[in-house]
Design a protein around this ligand. Structure first.
Ligand code: GDP
Ligand code: IMO
Ligand code: MG
Length: 438
């Protein structure tokens, strides 16, 4: 059964992360594309790492939408995404080498802000200057590129197309950024000619890939074809709603799927929140339900869940499922249904807990607070569940799950007052349960 089988109407779905990223969004987007003709990214950049496993073959994507493995699906990169063109073409080449046809299937908005060499240098310099208080960014230049967009100084993909214009805009930007790099951070300046020589060859390559993304998505819908909006990162990394300042620099929430692609909110018919059956986080910042990954349950989650970052190869921090955090996520994203991933990682655990509320400054709270300082003072209150010894790996029917696994799933639904529409029982495309059609 496919998720939207019962619907022969246009059904655009936003797929986004409800925690701190790496919930398994890529796997689910790839799986859902069976019923869609287009996938569009709306925020973030190549800080994302989305891993797909299809018949045992693994593909890791950063910038390219997770619909690329299905030949009849068109992929779009919306205006909300920051683009490092060098990285983009490396990723395209890697896919083409594997026999995945990308040409004629990947389209970009000319309004995408560019990530340039000085953004990466600034990202590195800022993190080094923060020392112990560092955010733990992916060092891809994401934050500085978004800063330039908001300051109205940044370059966009369209600026690549005219060499004289590009030279003038870069000269202007380098005056500013080289001042900061050399005078504030005592770092070497970036050379204009080096930067131009790096960028110019991409202009001719990217020009045929440019498109009016909002219009193209609307045309898919007019033809009766559904669109998937693929989120990157997760709600608690959202620059407004996450654990600020330990966040990324974009809005990762579902509402940004419209603004980041050029369509209106009425295009977003269903919001599928991807939730790992436990919690992970890469980089710094508070994590109330965190466990040590050196021992016991934390070590089990880390090793069985293979919790190592796709982009930076850092060990992900691990902890129990956090209901107050998910309550906030379901609210801020308007989640229609959840997809619970990596349930199989809980198989055989000696104990299973979920954090159902916190104690904050002597008071019980049910909702994840905003900002890192308050979150750091939250003490989790846990509920314990009976475990199961059976393997759930690869189960595709809800009723075949161990009874205690179903009790766990249904307790989460109760706590969140939100249906769990899907359950994922392994990394492969086929290791998926549809619990409730949507
Ligand atoms: P994303 O950033 O949200 O797309 O997630 P990532 O791809 O960074 O991380 C999720 C990891 O878990 C990937 O290595 C997936 O192959 C893997 N994965 C996804 N779903 C499942 C699942 O249900 N069970 C297991 N064991 N692994 C999964
Ligand atoms: P996907 O799409 C997990 C984290 C970084 C850091 C913070 C800021 O694979 O879920 P940035 O480089 O964005 O300025 O870093 O955000 N981060 C992610 N963590 N998954 C991601 O993406 C992430 N993208 C950024 O580790 O803590
Ligand atoms: Mg990831």
């Amino acid at each position: 059964m496919t998720a939207t089988e019962s619907l022969n109407q246009v059904r655009n779905i936003v797929v986004m992360g409800t925690q701190w990223g790496d919930e398994g969004k890529g796997k689910i987007v790839d799986w859902l594309t069976e019923d869609a003709k287009a996938v569009v990214r709306f925020q973030g950049g190549h800080n994302a790492g989305h891993t797909l496993v299809i018949n045992g073959q693994t593909t890791a994507l950063n910038l390219i939408p997770s619909g690329i493995m299905r030949p009849d699906v068109q992929c779009y990169i919306g205006n909300g995404v920051v683009v490092d063109v060098g990285h983009l073409f490396k990723e395209i080449d890697k896919l083409e080498e594997k026999g995945v046809k990308v040409a004629g299937r990947l389209w970009l908005s000319p309004s995408c802000p560019l990530i340039l060499l000085y953004h990466i240098e600034l990202d590195l310099a800022r993190e080094a200057a923060r020392g112990e208080g560092k955010i733990g960014t992916t060092a891809k230049g994401i934050g500085p590129a978004y800063e330039d967009k908001v300051s109205r100084r940044g370059l966009r993909i369209a600026d690549l197309l005219n060499p004289e214009h590009l030279r003038a805009r870069l000269t202007e930007n380098l005056q500013y950024h080289n001042f900061v790099l050399t005078q504030f951070f005592q770092r070497p300046a970036i050379d204009l000619e080096t930067l131009l020589a790096q960028l110019l060859p991409y202009a001719a390559l990217i020009q045929p890939m440019l498109c009016d993304v909002g219009l193209a998505l609307a045309q898919h819908n007019q033809r009766g074809e559904s669109v998937l909006f693929e989120g990157a990162q997760g709600t608690m990394l959202d620059v407004d709603h996450g654990t600020y300042p330990f966040v990324t620099s974009s809005n990762c929430v579902a509402g940004n799927a419209a603004a980041g692609t050029g369509v209106g909110p009425q295009f977003l018919h269903y919001v599928l929140g991807i939730t790992k059956a436990y919690t992970t986080r890469v980089g710094s910042g508070p994590f109330p339900a965190e466990l040590s990954v050196q021992e016991g349950v934390g070590q089990h989650l880390s090793s069985i869940g293979r919790e190592i970052g796709t982009v930076t190869k850092r060990v992900r921090r691990c902890g129990w499922l956090d209901i107050p955090l998910l309550r906030r996520s379901t609210l801020v994203n308007g989640v229609s249904g959840l997809c619970l991933t990596k349930l199989d990682v809980l198989d055989g655990l000696p104990e299973i807990k979920i954090c159902t509320a916190y104690e904050l400054d002597g008071n019980r709270i049910d909702w994840f607070p905003s900002g890192a300082d308050d979150v750091a003072r939250c003490v989790p209150i846990y509920q314990t569940f009976a475990t199961w010894n059976e393997s759930t790996i690869g189960i595709t029917e809800y009723k075949k799950l161990p009874v205690n696994a179903r009790i766990y799933i249904e307790a989460i639904e109760q706590h969140l007052q939100t249906p769990i529409a899907m359950v994922s029982t392994g990394p492969d495309r086929c290791q998926t349960i549809v619990k409730k059609t949507f």
